[in-house]
Design a protein around this ligand. Structure first.
Ligand code: AMP
Length: 280
């Protein structure tokens, strides 16, 4: 496995692979890799001749009061996992290389970014789109693999790729969960044992919603009420940020919840913000 920190070296390696007729799959991550990321790598491995995993904690997608400084950084373990997964190159550029001191161009998606997480995380998807487009330009992958756990990110990146004509196929991998249903996330490590014990409530609430809507079409308020009841049973530990029901590609709110509807949830447990979702 090659470990590349310079943009120039990454670009050259990817170009050499393309010149040899090899296809490339990119898995963009922020590191602190876990089994969810491994599932993305496995999918990438099946798709393409060469797999590149980028590890970059992208400062511009964090708001001023968000957890950039606390975000876990586990470079050695990340490299070991990538090697075990048969990754061909791990790309870990520095912030200074990615963003010149006078960097002044950003990519902004102006519709889907405004709902769900975009309501409280202003500038987040602008940061995501900017870094993802930069990675696409550096690696020029044939495929890019993302996780369903970040359903809004998937929708926004798909829209960016469509609207800016990025010659890349976007693939999505189902959310990998702990045995109690909690979606794997780098942020789970910051939960205290007591908070960790209540965290599977998010998944239980989503499952309850899905059960409700499987048999009959339901109104969004009815689904929200069902989910709130599940979450409230865990006391005041869980602060709901949003419960939304939307069409997965456009993120437009739906009138009735039924087959194919995205049900997305964000909540704070202590200081940790968690998101999860299901598609009915
Ligand atoms: P992150 O490192 O958290 O920015 O995530 C990098 C990629 O891994 C994103 O496409 C995420 O959606 C995906 N990912 C994170 N957690 C999971 C999970 N539990 N299951 C599947 N994919 C995930």
């Amino acid at each position: 496995m090659r470990r590349l920190s310079s943009i120039c070296a990454m670009r050259k390696q990817a170009q050499a692979w393309r010149d040899s007729g090899l296809s490339i799959a990119l898995v963009p991550t922020m590191g602190a890799l876990h089994a969810g990321h491994a599932a993305l790598m496995r999918r990438a491995r099946r798709l393409a001749d060469r797999v590149v995993v980028s590890v970059f904690v992208n400062p511009i997608q964090f708001g001023p009061r968000e957890d950039l400084a606390q975000y876990p950084r586990t470079a050695k373990r990340d490299a070991a996992l990538c090697r075990d997964m048969g990754v061909d190159a791990i790309f870990f550029p520095s912030v200074a290389d990615m963003y010149a001191a006078d960097h002044s161009v950003f990519v902004e998606e102006t519709a889907l970014s405004r709902t769900l997480c975009g309501r409280t995380r202003s500038g987040h998807f602008r940061g995501v789109c900017t870094v993802v487009l930069k990675l696409f330009n550096i690696v020029q992958p044939h495929f890019a693999v993302f996780g369903q756990k970040d359903a809004q990110q998937v929708a926004v990146v798909r829209r960016m790729a469509r609207d800016l004509n990025c010659p890349v196929r976007i693939l999505v991998v189902p959310t990998v969960r702990e045995s109690d249903g909690l979606a794997l996330s780098s942020r789970n490590a910051r939960l205290t044992p007591a908070e960790r014990a209540v965290a599977p409530a998010l998944w239980r609430a989503l499952q309850a919603a899905r059960r409700l809507c499987r048999s009959k079409r339901c109104s969004p308020p009815a689904v929200r009420k069902e989910m709130e009841a599940v979450l409230r049973a865990y006391g005041r530990t869980i602060a709901i940020e949003y419960i939304e029901m939307a069409e997965p590609r456009t993120l437009r709110p739906v009138q009735t919840v039924g087959r194919g509807t995205l049900i997305a949830l964000a909540a704070r447990i202590g200081t940790v913000r968690l998101i999860d979702n299901v598609v009915v």
